[in-house]
Design a protein around this ligand. Structure first.
Ligand code: HDD
Length: 752
């Protein structure tokens, strides 16, 4: 009885409080804010979708217009509601028996909010978990017509696309700049169905048969006992596998080269890797390899930059892509084709086109541009788009077909299968980012997360009840996808591999021989680092034996770094003709979107800095003024980075307008020199200069800037150092040098 009366008293008191509040409210006045709410939650209009995101997904999986448009699926209305649309007056306090609880099971809103949250995560991709996406458009040049009837390649035809870049090994939250292969997957929403080009930034693969994919991935992923290391190949299991399984050696040398640490997604090449078969309007076939050529050229980080960036800005590539798009510096790639005659043996000049560990040098089969990809829009919602996008190498359109490459054949199975778990059922093509833009009438029904409300009673063929619909397209004239009637050789069932797949080293050697000395140096350092992280001596020795079959110099240098004897190759090495196109050096590229740091002090030398910043922007580059403190400098110059907050890795080049002295209360960055009253240069600027110098970045100085270089102990007349009297004069020269990415001559010794 006592308990009951206490409850009744509390309830009455609560009711009285509510009544009191209601009574004190003027007629028509809004409901009072609940107590203890720090942030008023005045309803505002939800953000409209970005104009560039006004997406093409306003239809059901059957192609019909639907009420469930993107705007509807997104948030609407001014008020917070439950998921079933009931307006809520409080989402900050659970429903309790009295203000001190306990909480009531009856609180539907509480349970809905927490239950939904509990299920917010889906399994990350088993590979390529870490990625960034963007919307864009592809425009065909029309010149592919003689070999391919795909409509999206027609002259001037615009096709919306979604691209997702990724690393392979790391988890979803891993750093962008690790040494790894990068995924480059493109979804073309064509009028003839969705075409997915699911490629990488490396033109070859570790394995020749997809049945070994779990092996290579298990070897590359963190060790199963302690789950380390994250997102890298510098560990025993990876090198154990590739040294035993030598067909991986070609892909591995690409990973150890600068290709493994791209400067930006915007400066990566992309490759379809496999050979595909194209068909023209006459039904004639050709074999092709797909290439993406970045307009800004192929550029990479240095190893040290990649390491520093991984700590300072693990989202470096993701941020770079989003910033570039948001600022209107739309990244571009040309789609190119290497075209080969469709012969019975499917080889070109002795290269087996079905072997995905082999490339065809561009000098032998030039890459012919057939269209332009421009990325113009950032995703509105990372999860909805970038995470839920589902690619599949089997998403083909009329005019493009697969070959018997055994790696590709397995991939045709794997991509649907993985989405069933990852996206929770068979209807993932109804998710907005995956919806085709071509009309869909597929007779696929029901299943988890079915969003379409299919009409009709006869989802089967033949039928008479739904008027016989849907009909078969009669052939190419109706836009049908027709499997190329490739002759299948008379054969027996066997688990075997063609003899032509047996050569594992000649193209790894071709790659090595095509590198410039500085690129070779980087490769040597990468192998030495990675193998030095292995514990097992036998693995190092076995990999050295593999390197001996690539090149004796490479093997000897890595062996010396590891303190091991260099083994001899068991037989003579192939002597392939080098392919200069494989090198990243020796060409000039546009400098759009390059980031220039402008170091200024509080005093003096600020003349012309504002004009310089404007000129940099006019030239399509980004200037970030780096000053001793945030806000504005004495002449009003706005500072974007402080000496304490900036690090060299953010910049492609540094312009130095003065020789800023250390602040009296400066915290030394590296050593105690800053306390020395004689120290002429702020140690944080010194560190920036030293790093830029070590990474062979262009440094431009004028006025007292030259003193800063000298104070940092750097030579003022080294390659890539520009000295001048005016900021604009210096900028002109720096811009010229940036075209070749780095002052490559500055990499002189293996220690750099
Ligand atoms: Fe794969 C994802 C590229 C071989 C199985 N792969 C995936 C992605 C890319 C590639 C870019 C990420 C797509 C995205 O952003 O969502 N994969 C390749 C390339 C290969 C390759 C260029 C060789 C030339 N892959 C390969 C094989 C298998 C798979 C041989 C299986 C036998 N790949 C998958 C997968 C993934 C995947 C498990 C994981 C997530 C997904 O598919 O959607 O199915």
């Amino acid at each position: 009885k006592a308990v009951r009366s206490a409850v009744t008293e509390a309830a009455e008191a609560a009711l009285a409080r509510v009544e009191e509040r209601e009574a004190s409210r003027a007629p028509g006045a809004p409901a009072p804010k609940p107590p203890k709410v720090a942030e008023p939650t005045k309803p505002v209009e939800p953000l409209p979708p970005k104009p560039d995101q006004s997406g093409p997904d306003r239809r059901t999986a059957t192609g019909a217009e639907t009420l469930a448009t993107r705007d509807d699926v997104a948030q609407q209305g001014r008020f917070l509601t439950t998921s079933t649309g009931a307006r809520l007056r409080d989402t900050d306090h659970s429903l309790k028996a009295g203000d001190r609880g306990p909480t009531l099971l009856q609180d539907h809103h509480l349970r809905e909010k927490i239950t939904h949250f509990d299920h917010e995560r889906i399994p990350e991709r088993v590979v390529h978990a870490r990625g960034a996406g963007a919307h864009g458009v592809f425009v065909g040049y029309g010149n592919a017509k003689p070999i391919c009837r795909a409509g999206f390649l027609a002259r001037g035809k615009e096709t919306p696309v979604f691209v997702r870049f990724s690393t392979v090994l790391g988890s979803r939250g891993s750093a962008d700049t690790v040494r790894d292969t990068r995924g480059f997957a493109t979804k073309f929403y064509t009028d003839e169905g969705t075409f997915d080009l699911v490629g990488n930034n490396i033109p070859v693969f570790f394995i020749q048969d997809g049945i070994k994919f779990p092996d290579v991935i298990h070897a590359g992923k963190p060790h199963p006992d302690r789950e380390i290391p994250q997102a890298q190949s510098a560990h025993d299991t990876f090198w154990d596998f590739v040294s035993l399984h030598t067909e991986a050696q070609h892909h591995t040398i690409w990973n150890m080269s600068d290709r493994g640490i791209p400067r930006s997604y915007r400066t990566m090449e992309g490759f379809g890797v496999h050979t595909f078969r194209t068909v023209n309007a006459q039904g004639e076939t050709a074999l092709v390899k797909f290439h993406w050529k970045p307009r800004l050229g192929v550029h990479s980080l240095t190893w040290e930059e990649a390491q520093l960036t991984g700590g300072i800005d693990p989202d470096f590539h993701r941020r770079d892509l989003a910033d570039a798009i948001e600022s209107g510096a739309y990244p571009q790639w040309e789609l190119g084709l290497q075209v080969f005659e469709d012969t019975d043996d499917e080889t070109f000049q002795g290269i087996d086109l079905l072997d995905p560990t082999k490339l065809v040098p561009e000098e032998l089969a030039p890459v012919q541009p057939v269209g332009l990809l421009t990325l113009t829009g950032n995703p509105t919602n990372f999860f909805a788009e970038t995470e839920q996008v589902a690619f599949h190498v089997g998403n083909l359109v009329p005019g493009i077909d697969v070959t018997n490459d055994p790696l590709l054949q397995t991939r045709l199975f794997s991509y649907v299968d993985t989405q069933l778990t990852r996206l929770g059922g068979p209807n993932f093509n109804q998710i907005p980012v995956n919806r085709p833009h071509a009309p869909v009438n597929d007779m696929l029904r029901d299943g988890f997360h079915q969003h379409a409300v299919h009409a009709g009673v006869a989802p089967y063929r033949p039928n008479s009840l739904d008027g016989g619909c849907p009909f078969h397209a009669s052939g190419p004239r109706d836009g049908a996808f027709v499997d190329v009637p490739v002759r299948v050789a008379e054969s027996v069932k066997e688990r075997d591999v063609p003899v032509s797949f047996a050569d594992h080293f000649s193209q790894a050697r071709l790659f090595w021989l095509s590198m410039t000395p500085v690129e070779k140096q980087h490769i040597i350092l990468a192998y030495t680092f990675e193998l030095s992280r292995c514990y097992e001596q036998a693995i190092r020795e076995r990999q050295l034996l593999a390197l001996a079959q690539v090149d004796p110099e490479l093997c000897a240098e890595v062996a010396a770094g590891l303190g091991l004897p260099a083994p001899e190759a068991p037989g003579p090495l192939a002597e392939p003709q080098p392919s200069p196109a494989l090198s990243q050096l020796g060409r000039e590229w546009p400098t759009d979107g390059r980031v220039l740091g402008v170091v200024v002090g509080d005093e003096g030398d600020l003349d012309g800095v504002d004009a310089l910043v404007e000129t940099i922007a006019d030239h399509g580059m980004v200037a970030l003024v780096i000053g001793p403190h945030g806000g504005k400098l004495s002449d009003g110059t706005v500072v974007q980075r402080t000496f304490g907050g900036a690090r060299s890795v953010e910049f492609d080049a540094l312009l130095v307008a003065g020789c800023p002295a250390p602040a009296p209360d400066a915290i030394p960055v590296r050593d105690a020199k800053a306390d020395d009253p004689g120290e002429p240069l702020d140690p944080r600027v010194r560190l920036m200069l030293e790093e830029c110098y070590r990474h062979a970045k262009t440094i431009g100085v004028w006025g007292a800037g030259a003193e800063a270089l000298a104070a940092a102990g750097l030579p003022v007349d080294a390659p890539g150092i520009v000295r001048g009297s005016s900021p604009t004069g210096v900028l002109a020269e720096v811009e010229g040098l940036l075209g070749s990415h780095r002052a490559w001559e500055r990499f002189v010794s293996p220690t750099q």
